[in-house]
Design a protein around this ligand. Structure first.
Ligand code: SF4
Length: 711
């Protein structure tokens, strides 16, 4: 039997299983029963992507079987194995969908052992790390591996390189036996036990193409082109590889994802696509080479691993050796500019006892001051670099960091401590990353760490003086007070026509790029993603319309965009990529706007969740009435300035409202003289119904009711 036959047999097998499952669930629940995957606006995403059909009932799911069968042609041409392969992936999605038709959380009873379906919010969280290459690629590992030790070593190898790992089959049990932590946050996800759980991975991939690439439903070639060009994924399939997995592999290759296997049974090596390597211990290098993934290795001399994959690691109280707790004792992290003659490059100075001198479980004071000198260094870079400390420290295996400035919390795990991790290693990480990432402006860097309580009190007081001065300066920094804005086109790796224009009062819509960040990025890399946009020709102050901005978006969107305004949601609004923190949409009854954020899973008064609102825009297109933006922009005096400003906000999720309350109130007081404006904004504890919302706004005398109609 040749490879073609293996693919055909495998796709027949998957289809037969899908047909049986769909018929069974239809018999059980009826054709009119709803078919909806949780927290997604993309229906059954693989069917929607490849066939262009919205499946909303079990009857429609059943009808789609014929379309999937039609993909599985049998003319023994390469095209047949590819379309059969993609059809196999779609059939896999159907099998998994049947589980969700019966139960909205079919994997809940496995207590986290299997992840199953990915929500749209999870897909969107991948946006920023993908464009910054913090996640350089994805691997789908289909197991079991030759041994549990090898499974652990290979997965950790990928993890330490930042590769996002999806696991299917027996390899999951092997890693459970090894005690490995697996979840979305640590970027090692046990998707499911059976091969058809691969449908969830393909669903994630095609939704990335919808969300970031604006690929149209049913554009089969467009999806394959997008995944080939922009999603750096590959497959590791351990022998024996059954026909059904071989068929899935054909689909993966059509999407541009090479398959690496040690199975030689009727397999033909195809350069860059199907790679047979019997030495499974070499698979990491083989795989990265096959998918052309280059990884920048950060060599930092510490006794534990350092990788972006550890950013989401949680250290529980019971696993903690010590805790640095800024809410109880004096702590802070701080970057300051010093004269080159006053520092010694790479000095790590510890003032006070080391971690091993405190009893296990202690809550201790700690400050770390990163001192920097450089000919091209500017004090404006201090907060930019300082904000990265959270990310740098969090990438240490066994160390968890939250907060910033003098409200930090750091936990060091017993496992990291036992491996030899001590205070100076935090210094090593900060030194290595600051010197490595900012080499264009940092000539010398030293790190002072203090663990003496009195010393920490002094450092904290000094840092707070600087923080106050910086905040005062930032407050005076407005769009009018600067001479230039900046572009950011980082997201073009996934949203080819998207351009953010970053101004002091409007940060990038991912929330991660402020005007100062963009300025620093430009100075560090003058040919990089942040280019200077002069602001010499303002054509409409109310809208925030500039000829220079239009020229820039036209140039950097490669002609896809002609005009954007900075302050309007209705007239030429800024485009959205897919990784925005918040989405804002017009609420027609009140003439206001509703905003929701990625963390809020519930409904809004628009009858749409975050995912559904977010699906109205994205992929670098302009959609008047909907706009993605950063969280901090909500309180900006330039927020919807053209439409009357933040007085248009009628509804926010409670958690977001609470977080932004002080800043929104401050801006509302300055703009409109209103006290406690936030109390007039409804949230989910008030209502998610449009009419009730209107009644509430009337009751509290919300200013939006006196404003001009939006449309
Ligand atoms: S500022 Fe805009 S383009 Fe840049 S990373 Fe953020 S969302 Fe993407």
């Amino acid at each position: 039997m040749g490879l073609f036959d293996r693919v055909f047999r495998g796709s027949d097998e998957m289809f037969a299983k899908a047909e049986a499952e769909v018929n069974a669930v239809v018999a059980e629940l009826g054709e009119n029963a709803p078919m909806k995957m949780p927290e997604t606006a993309y229906y059954l995403a693989c069917i929607y992507a490849y066939l262009g059909k919205k499946v909303e009932t079990l009857g429609q799911l059943k009808e789609t079987l014929a379309d999937v069968k039609a993909m599985m042609t049998r003319e023994y041409k390469t095209k047949d194995i590819f379309t059969s392969g993609v059809g196999t992936a779609v059939a896999a999605e159907m099998i998994e969908a049947c589980k969700y038709a019966r139960d909205p959380a079919p994997y809940a009873s496995f207590n986290g052992k299997y992840h199953g379906h990915f929500t749209d919010a999870e897909v969107r969280t991948l946006g920023v790390p993908l464009v910054t290459r913090d996640i350089p690629g994805f691997v789908v590992m289909i197991g079991p591996a030759p041994s549990k030790e090898e499974a652990l070593e290979t997965v950790k190898g990928y993890q330490s390189r930042g590769i996002f790992v999806f696991l299917i089959g027996g390899i999951i049990d092997q890693l459970v036996e090894c005690g490995m932590t697996m979840n979305f946050d640590v970027r090692v996800v046990p998707v499911g036990e059976d091969i058809w759980s691969v449908g969830h991975v393909i669903s994630l991939v095609v939704r990335a193409a919808f969300i970031f690439g604006n690929v149209e439903p049913g554009d089969y070639a467009g999806f394959n082109r997008y995944t080939f060009d922009r999603i750096f994924a590959f497959v590791n399939a351990y022998k024996p590889v059954p026909d059904i997995t071989v068929a899935c592999g054909a689909g993966a290759i059509q999407m541009g994802f090479p398959v690496i296997t040690n199975d030689t049974d009727d397999m033909w090596a195809v350069p860059k696509s199907l790679i047979i390597n019997e030495n499974t211990k070499d698979w990491i290098e083989t795989s990265l080479e096959a998918r052309d993934i280059k990884i920048k290795v950060t060599n930092i001399d510490i006794p534990v691993a350092f990788s972006n994959a550890f950013e989401g690691e949680i250290i529980r109280r019971g696993d903690m050796q010590i805790e640095v707790d800024g809410s109880r004792v004096d702590c802070c992290e701080f970057c300051r500019t010093v004269d080159a003659k006053d520092i010694e490059d790479h000095a790590i100075i510890l003032d006070g006892p080391d971690i091993d001198e405190f009893p296990v479980g202690s809550k201790i004071s700690m400050t770390f001051t990163v001192e920097v000198a450089g000919k091209n260094w500017q004090t404006d870079f201090e907060p930019v670099v300082e904000r990265k400390f959270h990310n740098f420290v969090n990438c240490i295996e066994g160390v968890m960091h939250t907060g910033q400035r003098d409200m930090i919390r750091i936990r060091v795990s017993k496992a990291a401590f036992d491996a030899g991790f001590r205070a100076k290693h935090i210094g090593e990480v900060l030194y290595g990353k600051v010197k490595g990432d900012y080499d264009a402006v940092v000539d010398k860097c030293q790190v002072r760490i203090c663990t003496r309580p009195e010393g920490c009190t002094e450092v904290r007081a000094m840092a707070n003086e600087t923080f106050r001065a910086r905040d005062a300066r930032l407050k005076t920094m407005t769009d009018e007070s600067v001479d230039v804005f900046y572009t950011c086109i980082l997201c073009q790796a996934f949203s080819p026509s998207h351009v953010c224009i970053v101004t002091p009062e409007r940060l990038g819509l991912c929330g991660a790029v402020s005007w100062l960040d963009a300025k620093a990025t430009n100075e560090l890399d003058p040919n990089g993603p942040c280019q200077i946009v002069p602001k010499t020709h303002c054509t409409d102050e109310r809208l925030g319309a500039y000829d220079d901005v239009n020229e820039a978006v036209n140039k950097y969107s490669h002609g896809a965009l002609e005009r954007v305004t900075l302050y309007s949601i209705m007239e030429d609004p800024m485009t959205s990529c897919g990784c925005f923190e918040c989405i804002c949409g017009i609420e027609p009854m009140s003439n206001g706007v509703v905003i929701t954020n990625r963390e809020h899973a519930g409904m809004t008064p628009l009858g749409m969740s975050f995912s559904e609102m977010a699906s109205m825009t994205g992929g670098g297109v302009q959609t008047p009435g909907f706009m993605g933006h950063g969280k901090q922009f909500i309180a900006s005096k330039k927020f919807l300035k053209a439409e009357g400003g933040l007085a248009r906000i009628v509804w926010l999720p409670k958690a977001l409202k609470d977080e932004m309350a002080d800043r929104i109130n401050e801006s509302a007081k300055e703009l409109y003289g209103i006290d406690d404006f936030v109390s007039m904004i409804a949230d989910e504890t008030v209502t998610t119904d449009m009419e009730e919302l209107y009644n509430y706004l009337t009751e509290v005398g919300h200013p939006v009711l006196e404003m001009e109609p939006l449309m």
